[in-house]
Ligand binder design. Sequence first.
Ligand code: BDP
Length: 665
Amino acid sequence: LTSYRAWLQYQPILNQDYISDIKAQFSKISVADENEIISSCITELSVALKEMVGFTPVVDYQHTHKVGLHLTINKALPEEAYQLNESQKVLRLSGGSSRALLYGTFHLLRLIQRQAQLSDLNITEQPKNPVRMINHWDDMDGSVERGYAGRSFFYEDYQFIQDRQRIQDYARLLSSVGINALTINNVNVHQKETELITDTYLKEVSQTSDIFNQYGITMYLSINYAAPIEIGGLNTADPLDEGVKRFWQDTVANVYQAVPRLGGFLVKADSENRPGPFTYGRNHAEGANMLAEAIKPFGGKVIWRCFVYDCKQDWRDRKTDRARAAYDHFMPLDGQFADNVILQIKNGPMDFQVREPVSPLIGGLAKTNQFLEFQIAQEYLGQQRHLVYLIPQWKEVLEFDTYAKGEGTKVKDVVSGEVFNNKVAGIVAVSNVGRDYNWTGHTFAQLNLYGYGRLIWNPDLTAEEIALEWIEQTFGLNKSVVDAIGAMVMPSWQAYENYTSPLGIGWMVNVNHHYGPNIDGYEYMAWGTYHFADRDGLGVDRTIKSGTGYIGQYHEANSKYYEELESCPDELLLFFHHVPYTYQLKSGKTVIQHIYDTHFKGVEQVEAMIKIWNEVSEHIDEQRHHDVKARLEHQLWSAKEWRDIINTYFYRKSGIADQHNRTIY
Ligand code: BDP
C-alpha cells in the first residue's frame, strides 16, 4: 500500500503543534460552486486530512463560514491559475476554474505533507505550458509497448478492465502534479485498437474519459490512419478521397456523440511501418488537415507525430542520416497545417537516447503548433531496473537556446507557445506506469513521473527542488533519509551515461528490446543508428562541410557551434563528428581514455548509491527498501557488464592501453 500511494502518502503527522494549526485552518471548508471537479477537491482534502491529522472537515456549500478554508472561482484569473492566501484565520484558495482549484488543493496537501507553515501564505501559480500530457503505449491485449512496470491497467484480453479504482487513483496522481491531458492507447494502433473509435468500445471509452474528467484531465485516442480500410470497408485511406473524408466525418460525429469531451486524436503515420498519407502520394499536411477538418466542429485536435524516418535504409549508404529525417519531412510544411493540428516532436532527432542534441524542428517551425515529446518510460535508460533521474536531462533540453529569434530563444519558451504565439502548445511524455503494485517497477521511477508533471508546470524549478519535494512526500521528513536519497538520485543520469555509450553517440544496445550492451547490435541494420567505429576512431560525421549536413538544420549560432571541433561540446562530440581515438577532448583527455575513465567511474557511482541505500535501511519500510536494493544490485551487475564490454571492445579496436592499467579484458 505504501508503494501504491506513491507521493500521496498522507502519513499521520506526529507534531502536535502542527496538527492543531491544521485543525484550526481546515476544520471548515466553504465552497461557492459544486461540480465533479470540486467534489474531487473535497474528497481529496477529506481523505488526506483524515489520514494526516485525524479529522474530517465540515463542508459548507453555502459559503457562510468566516474561518477555515474558502474555495472560490475567480474568473479574473487565467483558467488554470490559482492563488493561495492566508490572513486572519481564513485560508483562501481561488482559481480561474474548478481545475485550477484542484491544482491548488494538491498544492496545499503538498505543503501539509511537508509540514510547511500555512500562515501568511501568499502564492500565485500558473502553469507555463497550456497542454501537459501523458501518452500511454498500452495495447488492448494488456501488454504495454516499452512498458517496464507490469501489464496495462486499462485493458486485458481486448477488453477494458472493469475495476476502475486504479484508473481513478492514477487520475489523482496525475492531476496532483498538474497533468491535464492523456492518451490511453499505443501510437502503434493495430487491428483491435483501431476499433476504439467504433461502437464496440465507445461506451467504455466514455466511462474512462469520465473518470479523467473528474480530475480535470482531457482524454485523447490514438488512431490508425488506415481505419477507413480496416474498419470502414473502403479500399483507400487517401486523405483527398471523398469517401475517406466522409468516413472520418461520420466516425468523428459518432465518437463525439458517445464521448463529448474527447480531446481529439493522436496519429503516428508513415513511421515504422504504420500507414499514412505517403502511400497515396500525399504529404503530412494533407494527411493531418483532412482529419482536422472532420474533428474541428467538435472542438477536437489532431496531434501528429514527427517521428518519421526511413526504417529500412541501407546501412552501406553513408549519406542517408536518420537524424535529418523529421526536419526534412516537416520543415517544408511549416505554415500549411490547420490551426487545430499540433506536431509532436521528440526531444532529440533520433530516439530518446541518454544524450542527444535538441531536435532542430523546435525553434525551426515558426508557423505550426507543436508539442515537445519526452519519454518517462526508461526504454533506453535502464528500463526501470536502473535508477536514473530524468529531470536533469529534460532541463538541459528546456534550457537549450534555439536562437530562433536571436539569442535567448529557449526551448521552454518555444514549446510553451510564447515565442511564436501558438494557438495550442505544450509538452507530452510517454508514460512509465503499469499494473505493478508500485506503479513504476522501480520505486524511484515514480520520481520521474512526479518530476515530469512538476517540471512542465514550472520549468524553472530546479532538479534538486523537484527531487526534494518528491522525497519528503514519498519517504517522510527524516533529514538523513532525505539527504541520502538526494545524493542517490542527483548524479544518477550522469552515472548511467558514464557506464553506457559515450560522448553522445547513443545506441550500442541489444536489438529490439534495447536492454544491455551490444556495441555492433545495430551497426549493420536498417534503422539508421550507427557509430562507425573502426581501428582509428568513431563517431558520425554530421557536419556541413564533410558529413551528412544535419548540423545545417540548426540556426546559425548553433550550427557554427556544433560544426567546429573547437567549440563542439565534449558530451555530444561523437554525435556530430567522427574523430580518432587519440583526439583530445576539452577535458584534456583523449577520447579513448575518456571512454575507459567514465566506464570505471560509472560503476563506482552505482556502488556509492548502494552504500548510501544500505546506510538508511532502518528508516525505510522493508518492502520498498528490499525492492530498491534488489534493483540496485542488478544495476551494479549491469553497469559492470556495460563497462567491461565497452572498454574491451574499444581496447581491441584501438589497441591503445588504459593509462591506469585497470582490468580490461
Ligand atoms: C521507439 C520505440 C518504439 C515506438 C517508437 C515511437 O522503440 O516502440 O513505437 O519509438 O515513438 O522509441 O513511435
